[in-house]
Design a protein around this ligand. Structure first.
Ligand code: NAD
Length: 296
């Protein structure tokens, strides 16, 4: 198949490179950052100079972009995907987007006879590199089945959740739980360290105890080394995800006391200037308040 890929940053980059390395699909790449494009063309992808060029002639066009407004601009904006895509082509958004924005873009695509899937991913940059990420997909089942050969070229772990938008809802739920875990890990580590425990031993105990979580491994590696930059997953993006989960909860009138506490913690870390650091930097709020670091 011919694949057009737009947005090859921390997540899009490894996903795109895996398509190039692990399949025979022909991949064309576009990103505002030429260095990011080069990491894909070095492996055999073709660089495009515009969204139009990446879109025209591709069987599947994919985006992995930071914010809902970026996806909106790239799809519905002047010279965007919608203006250049034709019937028979499929559009897949891999970004963590707002369910309402997914529906808006899906509606505009449908009016032109274009099928869309929302297919956000989870597993971080490590999972994206290793091709083990979860890909949670919303959209028509036949369109999903037809797109599987492309999706499976960057992970075998593909789940069809239901109609358009359901992949995004699953992703927001997952990330809210992951961020609450990171907040709990920050609190627990700071309590233990303040009580005089050795942080390395405490992290070792938690890793094999009931306080462990998928988030804890990467969190403790960052916390123990004090390395929060460059980000694997930027706090600004994590804050966006939790904001989208809170918006969904407002729409549905579902209480999220843990989610909102964690969202405020993220906001405090952003106000401390940590927005571009890794999302695990919520720990910095506790470190600032207590005047000490977890780092031994
Ligand atoms: P990133 O900032 O590293 O990458 C985004 C890329 O998009 C950049 O290379 C940027 O130059 C490019 N871009 C932005 N606007 C563009 C435009 N108008 N045209 C072309 N290219 C443009 O972000 P990321 O961490 O790769 O995240 C991408 C998406 O994946 C986000 O929605 C994020 O929430 C989600 N996500 C990230 C992670 C993670 O661990 N980093 C995990 C799961 C999901």
């Amino acid at each position: 198949m011919k694949v057009g890929f737009i947005g090859v940053g921390n997540m899009g980059g490894p996903m795109c490179r895996n398509i190039i390395k692990r399949s025979n699909h022909q991949v064309t790449v576009f990103d505002l950052n030429p260095a990011a494009v080069k990491t894909c063309t070095d492996l055999g992808g073709t660089a495009a100079t515009s969204i139009a060029e990446v879109t025209r002639g591709a069987d599947v066009v994919m985006t992995s972009l930071p914010m809902p407004k970026d996806v909106e601009a790239v799809t519905l904006g002047d010279g965007g995907i919608l203006a250049n895509i034709a019937k028979g082509q499929t559009y897949i958004d891999l970004s963590t987007n707002a369910p309402s924005m997914v529906k808006k873009i899906g509606g505009a695509m449908a009016a032109k006879g274009i099928a869309m899937l929302d297919a956000p991913v989870s597993g971080g940059t490590v999972g994206a590199e290793a091709a083990t990420i979860a890909i949670m997909v919303g959209g028509d089942k036949k369109v999903f089945d037809d797109a599987l050969p492309v999706l499976q070229s960057f992970s075998a772990n593909v789940i069809h959740m239901g109609e358009l938008g359901t992949g995004t809802v699953a992703k927001l739920v997952n990330n809210m739980m992951a961020f609450c875990n990171a907040a709990a890990a920050s609190e627990g580590m700071m309590l233990g360290v303040t009580a005089g425990l050795d942080p390395t031993k405490l992290a070792q105990v938690i890793a094999s105890s009931s306080g462990n979580s998928a988030v804890f491994k990467s969190f403790s590696e960052r916390a123990l080394s004090g390395q929060f930059s460059p980000p694997s997953f930027a706090l600004n993006l994590a804050h966006k995800d939790l904001h989208l989960a809170m918006e969904l909860a407002d729409e549905l009138d579902v209480p999220l006391p843990l989610g909102s506490a964690t969202h405020n913690l993220q906001r405090m870390a952003r106000k401390m200037g940590m927005g571009n650091a890794d999302s695990s930097t919520v720990l910095a709020v506790y470190e600032k308040v207590l005047g000490k670091t977890v780092k031994p």
